[in-house]
Design a protein around this ligand. Structure first.
Ligand SMILES: Nc1ncnc2c1ncn2[C@@H]1O[C@H](COP(=O)(O)OP(=O)(O)OP(=O)(O)O)[C@@H](O)[C@H]1O
Ligand SMILES: [Mg+2]
Length: 366
């Protein structure tokens, strides 16, 4: 996966915010990268552009050799379903569904019948086979996040993105989640890109990429928590320039492929100090923005395939009735459908081919 000169601007005119500014980065197969930086520095935007959930304003994103900017919405949706998994800080599980039903949801949304073996394998990978029949309210936060990871893994994605996956967890649960991510990389060659504010979490990665004002301000290979913390302090100080910490050559070659090496070299070029007047709103806007607001804004761009959601509702209602766990009454089914639509829009997992406009009846999040 590679990002080349990727920029993303929100809004126009004097109020425009440049969330990403010509970011060039490579992510080798089977590598684990942590992305760090101050609030509002563009980390989530970077992840969403890389995952095809946001379209960059400029530049290209290449996943498994495919340039995402050349894909129409339907092809992008397909590629995302087949090659990308996404884990959010707030889990985004559907409360009415059991753990295994939540894990099988991406398959249902792709119009496939969830393969029980694949669902169980994904739950097993996160150590939750024994909680398969539990609903989210019956699980701890750490367990819910592990279900969310299993859901992201069920379609065997080439790349797993995680946006602050341990942000809502206590330190013990965080460690469990981070160990699972590390194991996925070491034992299954999974490629992972994870945003985190926590130096200890970032130290589980092979490399840390630091963002400041939408630009790559440095990389650290291999990362260790104290050095990461020191670097973050530098970044957050008002007089911070774009100090860089280069990794040792040995560790570097152990972890980085040619792409990464090139990207690191590019990142290691001294970057001009950010122009403060160009982005006056970056920090301020961020402090007033909630996750919900952001999800709504994203969702504004996504259209929901209600036909698909109906299929999910029908399937879910049937499964519930079969399991005797719930009555497939209209109220329940409507709740499930509304939840599915909302969570899915948030997750950006359902984007609909505009060509299927006849079945598109609303905007997500509404
Ligand atoms: N949909 C949007 N509309 C307008 N501005 C946006 C949108 N998404 C992000 N931004 C702006 O882009 C900048 C980068 O946002 P982003 O969410 O990528 O930051 P972040 O580094 O993930 O921050 P945090 O650590 O707080 O999650 C912020 O100033 C934010 O306000
Ligand atoms: Mg963020």
């Amino acid at each position: 996966m590679r990002l080349t000169a990727v920029s993303r601007t929100f809004g126009t005119g004097p109020g425009a915010v440049t969330a990403l500014d010509k970011v060039t980065l490579g992510f080798g197969e089977g590598s684990f990268t942590a992305v760090m930086g101050a609030s509002g520095s563009g980390k989530s935007t970077l992840l969403q552009c890389a995952a095809g959930l946001e379209r960059p304003t400029a530049g290209t994103v290449t996943v498994a050799g495919t340039d995402l900017s050349r894909l129409r919405e339907s092809a992008l949706t397909r590629l995302r379903r087949e090659t990308i998994g996404f884990v959010f800080q707030s889990y985004n599980l559907l409360p009415a569904l059991t753990a295994e039903q939540n894990v099988g949801l991406p398959l249902r949304l792709a119009g496939r019948r969830p393969n029980a073996r694949a669902v169980r394998a994904a739950l097993d990978a996160v150590g939750l086979l024994d909680r398969a029949r539990h609903r989210p309210a019956e699980l701890s936060g750490g367990q819910q996040q592990r279900v969310a990871i299993a859901r992201a893994l069920v379609a065997a994605p080439r790349v797993l993105f995680a946006d602050e996956p341990t942000g809502a967890l206590d330190s013990a649960s965080s460690r469990t989640v981070l160990d699972i991510l590390r194991t996925l990389v070491d034992e299954h060659g999974q490629t992972i890109i994870m945003v985190t504010h926590d130096p200890v979490a970032a130290a589980h990665a092979d490399r840390v990429v630091f963002l400041a004002d939408g630009r790559v301000s440095g990389t650290l290979v291999p990362p260790d928590a104290p050095t990461i913390a020191t670097h973050l302090t530098t970044l957050e100080s008002p007089t911070a320039t774009t100090a860089l910490h280069a990794g040792s050559p040995n560790a570097d070659s152990a972890h980085a492929d040619a792409q990464e090496g090139a990207a690191r070299a590019a990142a290691a070029q001294p970057q001009p100090a950010p122009a403060p007047v160009a982005r006056p709103d970056v920090a301020r806007a961020d402090t007033t923005r909630t996750d919900t607001a952001r999800a709504d804004a994203q969702a504004g761009a996504a259209r929901v395939d209600v036909g698909r959601a109906d299929a999910v509702r029908a399937d879910t209602a049937r499964a519930d009735a079969q399991a005797g766990a719930a009555r497939a009454d209209t109220v329940r089914a409507d709740t499930v459908r509304a939840d599915a639509v909302r969570a899915d829009a948030q997750a950006g997992a359902v984007r609909v081919d505009v060509g299927r406009a006849s079945s598109v009846v609303g905007e997500a999040g509404c």
